[in-house]
Design a protein around this ligand. Sequence first.
Ligand code: NI
Length: 229
Amino acid sequence: MLRLVRLVALLLGLLLGGTWAYAWVTRAPGESLGDAFAGRLALLFGGSPAGGPSAGGLQLPQGMVLGGPFSLVDQSGRAVTERDFAGQWLLLYFGYTYCPDVCPTELGTIAAAMDSLGPLGEKVVPAMVTIDPQRDTPAQLAEYVTRFHPRMLGLTGSPEQVAEAARRYRVYFARVNRADAGDYLMDHSSFVYLVGPDGRVRSLFRPEASPDDIAAVVRAQLARAAAAS
Ligand code: NI
């Protein structure tokens, strides 16, 4: 019985923690974290969402803007900004090449989603922005991202450039030093972003989203954009 109580408490804790993290990522500018958390909890328990209909992925609350200008360096050492991707769709992930588990899984998921898109995938650029610019040089990124997909881009920059890009996408990251070794890990949020041709996030995917989930949303968003133009 005690084990069951512990298990239920653990699950509830995970659910609330996840909702809190999601609220943190998706809250609107000026919205307090408490309000955002209450709103996402209402969604979780069947309340109606504030935004319009979503084509899939996670719903972005109305008025919320994710994405926007950034200034980074690609894996060939060339300076790039959001203008270099104008008119293109991006499947964007923030991670780092030394990540022991989650990042490789998510980049594998993005690569599989790209394959699942077939020829439509040519309209989409898969990319990872590192949140560990100290170790992730352009050369390190180039070697890493192409292991997942031949067209995947790796983006880095100065610590300030990376922090600014992460802020635009509400990415959480923090260095975690390990007592037993000279190296360190990075703690970080792990959403996949579908960025539209205008540089703004259209859909957000939780870490457990499947390649088919992502591909379905990309197809729907591309079809919606084609119908609107
Ligand atoms: Ni990671």
